[in-house]
Each structure stands twice: as C-alpha cells, then as structure tokens.
Design a protein around this ligand. Structure first.
Ligand SMILES: *[C@@H]1O[C@H](CO)[C@@H](O)[C@H](O)[C@H]1NC(C)=O
Ligand SMILES: *[C@@H]1O[C@H](CO)[C@@H](O)[C@H](O)[C@H]1NC(C)=O
Ligand SMILES: *[C@@H]1O[C@H](CO)[C@@H](O)[C@H](O)[C@H]1NC(C)=O
Ligand SMILES: *[C@@H]1O[C@H](CO)[C@@H](O)[C@H](O)[C@H]1NC(C)=O
Ligand SMILES: *[C@@H]1O[C@H](CO)[C@@H](O)[C@H](O)[C@H]1NC(C)=O
Ligand SMILES: *[C@@H]1O[C@H](CO)[C@@H](O)[C@H](O)[C@H]1NC(C)=O
Ligand SMILES: *[C@@H]1O[C@H](CO)[C@@H](O)[C@H](O)[C@H]1NC(C)=O
Length: 404
C-alpha cells in the first residue's frame, strides 16, 4: 500500500508536523474538505435554523460526569463488550466527551429519541460493529423504557438467532433490529461452519444479501454499519463469473474490490427497493487499534487515554488500509446519495472514523472475556460498553433531529 496514493480521512492530520506531510497531504485534504462540505451541505439543506456544523470534526475533551450507564444498570451489554464485568481495571477512558470544533454535540436524551422514533422502526444492517452500536442504544434507552425480545417471531433458524435480534418497545411502538449481513451482499456463508481464515468466502458482488433486503421494505431507518469482514480471503463473483479474489494465490488479486462493490450494491438495492421510504444512514469504517502485532499475532490495545488530537500521534497509528476503505465508503455514499435524491430518498453519513481513530483506549482488549478464560486474542475491534461507542448514538440522535 503506497501512502502517497491514499487520501486521508477529512479532519485527520489537522496539525501535520513535517513539511513532507504538509506538502503531500494538504492538497488531498483540501479536495476532501470540499467534498465534505457538500455532504453536509446536502444533509442540512432542509433545516433552516441550524448551522452546518460538522459534528464529526473535533476532539475528545475531559468530562468528569461519567457514563450514561454501567454494567449493573444496563442488562443489554454483551459479554464480549462488558469490560468491567470482565474486570477491566482502568476507568479514565470514560471521562471524555466528543467536542465538535464548531458546535456542541448534545447529550443523549432518551425521551427525545423515543419521541422521534415513536411508531417507527429501525434496522442496523451489517456486522457486530453495528450490533455494538445497537446494544449501546439499548443501554442509553434503558433509563426510560425496556424492550420485549421478539426475535423468535422473526427468526426460525436457531443458528441465525446468534446473529439476528429483534426488539420491540411497546411504550413507544418502536421496533429495533439488527440484521446480520457482514458482507451486505450474498455470500456462501462458509464462515458459519468454518471460521478459519483459510476458508475463502465467495461474495456475489452484484446481489444484495436477502438477509436484510427481504426485511427492510417498511423500515423507517436503516443504518449500515460494517466492514470488518472484508479483510478475509474472498473470492469475488460478478455476472456469475469469478472475477478475482483477495488473499489468494490462483487468481487476479483485487484487494478491497469487494468492499467498494458490496457498499455500491447495497446502496443500489435500497434505492431500488419497491416501496421503501426510509432514511438510510451509513456509519463509516470503525478503526481498530492493534499495536505491537497483528490481531492474531499478539497485538493488543492497552492504552488508557485517547490519542492527543493535536499531535501526530494519531497519524502514526493509522490502521492498515483505513484511508482507502474510508474513501471508498464516502465515494460510494456520495454517488448513492445523488441517485437516492432523484427518487426522493435521503442518505445520511455518520462519519465516526476520525473520532474513533483517536480512541485506542475504547476497546475491550483482553477484557472481552472473563480474564480466567484461556483466550489469547485481544479485541481491539469492538468497543467497551459503556465507552466511546455511546457517542455514536449521540451522533445518531443529532442527525435524526436534523432530518425530522
Ligand atoms: C480540543 O480542541 C480545543 C480547541 O478547539 C482545544 O482548546 C483543546 O485543548 C483540545 N483538547 C484536547 C484534549 O486536545
Ligand atoms: C460490574 O463490574 C464490577 C467490576 O467493575 C463487578 O464487581 C460487578 O460484579 C459487575 N456487575 C455485574 C452485574 O456484572
Ligand atoms: C405501530 O407502528 C406501526 C408502524 O411501525 C403502525 O402500523 C401501527 O399502527 C402502530 N400501532 C399503534 C398501536 O399505534
Ligand atoms: C454447513 O454445514 C451444514 C451441515 O454440516 C451443511 O448442511 C451446510 O451446507 C454447510 N454450509 C456451508 C456454507 O458450507
Ligand atoms: C483457487 O483455489 C481454490 C482452492 O485452492 C479453489 O477452491 C478455487 O476454485 C480456485 N479458484 C480459481 C479461480 O481457480
Ligand atoms: C501494553 O502492551 C505492551 C506490549 O503490547 C507492553 O509492553 C506494555 O507493558 C503494556 N502496558 C500495560 C500498561 O499493560
Ligand atoms: C491455554 O492455552 C494454551 C495454548 O493454547 C495451552 O497450551 C494451555 O494448556 C491452556 N491452558 C489451560 C488452563 O487451558
């Protein structure tokens, strides 16, 4: 991967330190900033009163009041993100709030959220990062209302129950679900039987995954969130032909071709879905923070503080391919947003990448499981709950308010 060939996510490297960085990156940043202002310009167009504050450009500032919930008050924290139950000792990582440079990001207000989604339905479509955000949302809402688990009304295959979840808030007639579709497009789902990395998954890049397309027609809000599965060995199929692969020996290497095309196909599917009138969000790529080794080679994330945003610390720790992936997503998003507009549909970007890049301290690391379990792989991908992932739902509420 050539560094010069990559565009830096907007907002990142706000304070480049060396001349080389300035010379190489500033033109890239400028062009990205232009496209960024057009993104936000479009989204905020219909809102008269609010200024076009870019809530995704900012830094983490000290916040002493602590989290919205904890492992005792919220029953929806998955074991793997339940860092305190798993005896994570440090808590300082909870004492930060996201501060956009140009405005304030309001605290999450569960009643306000319920008022906006009353009588409506929301689906997270993607992988366990989307589920992570949905579970954070369940916790943020748990001070006001608890949902009924209605998964079995929708899912008959027990194997799928591990992945799909449906909740219903009777008090607000609000349905919330997570639809498991780690590739967004049709795949052979070979991972269900064999999770080993030797097992190349076949991706049908021109067919959106029915796991979600068959469910969402009447949904009001669709939140695409995922991307972590595209680092695996993959075989790409288009027009019924193998057109290349990734991490393989016997075919043309097209690294991350699947990533771009999966998002493209997913967006097209939703734009062309008959009867769909919902609002579509894209949560951008969630960065991982393995240090001193790859995920399966002893890499870990044991920091207890955010990176300092004013230093080049962030720039020194950009994970593999993050800029490329982020750029692909944003490009595909912008293209889809244009197409969607012609059909009267709205797409909204939730650009968490920069903010989360600064949070190497937010992952479970070795506290993704009971500490006495013999697990050697550290989780520097998902996010502890409570933790900085709760900010994503502050973004979500903010964006919902903008749109409604
Ligand atoms: C965040 O940015 C503000 C200026 O916008 C600065 O005053 C503050 O020191 C920064 N905080 C951190 C933790 O970098
Ligand atoms: C919550 O975490 C603390 C340790 O931080 C632990 O003592 C307590 O048992 C946990 N509660 C639950 C319900 O897991
Ligand atoms: C609940 O919301 C659905 C739409 O999601 C609507 O069709 C239904 O009439 C609502 N039920 C009540 C009791 O308001
Ligand atoms: C997984 O295994 C089951 C039974 O062992 C088999 O029926 C199914 O076809 C397999 N799925 C894949 C994708 O290999
Ligand atoms: C590449 O090799 C794998 C296993 O070795 C095989 O399953 C696959 O069909 C091969 N692909 C092509 C295009 O030859
Ligand atoms: C963090 O991990 C590195 C190696 O991955 C280790 O050298 C260091 O001692 C660890 N720090 C703490 C506080 O555990
Ligand atoms: C833990 O795992 C290692 C490596 O897989 C193994 O050698 C060891 O026996 C295991 N220990 C326990 C207590 O299971």
């Amino acid at each position: 991967m050539k560094f010069e060939a990559i565009t830096i996510p907007k907002g990142l490297l706000l304070f480049p330190c060396t001349l080389v960085v300035v010379v190489v990156l500033i033109p890239l940043m400028r062009s990205l900033n232009e496209s960024a202002s057009s993104i936000y310009g479009t989204n905020f167009e219909s809102v008269e009163t609010r200024s076009s504050c870019n809530i995704f450009s900012g830094n983490w500032s000290r916040y002493e009041k602590g989290p919205y919930y904890n492992n005792d008050t919220c029953p929806y924290i998955a074991e793997k993100q339940n860092c305190f139950t798993n005896r994570r000792p440090d808590r300082e990582f909870l004492q930060w709030r996201w501060k956009p440079h140009q405005c304030e990001l309001p605290l999450f207000d569960a009643l306000q959220f319920f008022n906006l989604v009353n009588g409506k339905s929301m689906a997270f479509v993607g992988d366990s990062i989307g589920r992570n955000q949905m579970e954070s949302l369940l916790c943020l809402l748990s001070g006001v209302s608890h949902p009924e688990d209605i998964t079995t009304k929708h899912i008959s295959n027990y194997k799928d129950e591990m992945y799909f979840k449906w909740w219903f808030y009777a008090d607000y007639n609000f349905t919330l679900t997570t639809l498991w579709s780690p590739f967004l497009v049709k795949s052979t789902r070979a991972y269900l039987n064999d999770t080993s990395l030797d097992n190349a998954e076949k991706l049908y890049l021109d067919e959106a995954d029915q796991a979600w397309t068959s469910q969402i027609q009447n949904f009001d809000f669709i939140i695409f969130s995922g991307g972590q599965w595209f680092f695996r060995p993959l075989t790409f199929i288009q027009n019924d032909q193998v057109i290349g692969c990734q991490l393989c020996q016997n075919n043309t290497q097209h690294d991350f071709y699947g990533y771009r095309n999966a998002f493209r196909t997913a967006f097209r599917a939703i734009i062309n879905l008959k009867g769909f009138k919902g609002l579509t969000f894209l949560v951008t790529h969630s960065p991982n923070h393995f240090e001193n080794g790859e995920w399966n080679k002893g890499g870990a994330c044991n920091r207890t503080m955010p990176y300092a945003s004013m230093e080049d610390e962030v720039a020194m720790h950009i994970p593999y391919a993050l800029e490329e992936l982020h750029q692909m997503q944003v490009e595909e998003f912008l293209e889809a947003e244009k197409e969607a507009k012609k059909k009267g549909l709205k797409f909204v970007l939730m650009d968490i990448t920069d903010a989360m890049l600064m949070r190497p301290d937010g992952h479970p690391n070795k506290y993704g499981h009971a500490i006495d379990k013999n697990v050697t792989i550290n989780d520097c991908v998902h996010w502890c709950m409570p933790g900085p992932v709760d900010t994503w739902n502050e973004f979500l509420l903010y964006l919902l308010k903008m749109q409604m």
